[in-house]
Ligand binder design. Structure first.
Ligand SMILES: [Zn+2]
Length: 147
């Protein structure tokens, strides 16, 4: 014998159309689709070339990046037309928010003075970089020290 129901069954009414409870919370606005800029990875040959040129060390502080988090940093950002070239890429320790890569992203004026960042309109091959390994140097397949 089933137990008696404590509350009577009630007619279920659907929520009215357009009820605020049915509306979805909008997705947070995004600045841009990040895949647009990073969809094309750095070619493996260029990656190896840059790491070999930089002795697998951070160009800003000189610490080895072997077994560490590091970035091949685009001096002219991908979003501004920067390419995967040895002149545009430098080895930096850390990520976009940590280590020397983080420093470059945080102190953009000083990074620009040292050649770590290059404006949109400028060819990175024509801008010297202050490197830990070679001092002030022209970037490319090898570093060419200025003095
Ligand atoms: Zn570093």
């Amino acid at each position: 014998m089933p137990l008696p129901r404590r509350t009577p069954l009630e007619r279920r009414t659907p929520m009215p159309r357009g009820s605020s409870e049915l509306k979805r919370t909008p997705m947070p606005a995004r600045r841009a689709n990040p895949r647009r800029y990073f969809a094309k990875a750095i070619p493996e040959t260029v990656r190896r070339q840059v790491l070999a040129r930089d002795d697998r060390a951070c160009c800003r502080c000189g610490h080895s990046v072997i077994g560490q988090r590091y970035s091949l940093h685009h001096r002219k950002p991908r979003s501004q037309g920067g390419e995967h070239t040895t002149a545009n890429l430098v080895t930096l320790c850390g990520t976009g928010t940590t280590g020397c890569h983080g420093w470059v992203e945080s102190f953009r004026d000083r990074a620009r003075e040292a050649g770590w960042l290059v404006p949109r309109s400028v060819d990175p091959a024509t801008v010297q970089v202050r490197t830990w390994q070679h001092g002030l140097a022209w970037p490319g397949d090898t570093w060419i020290p200025v003095d």
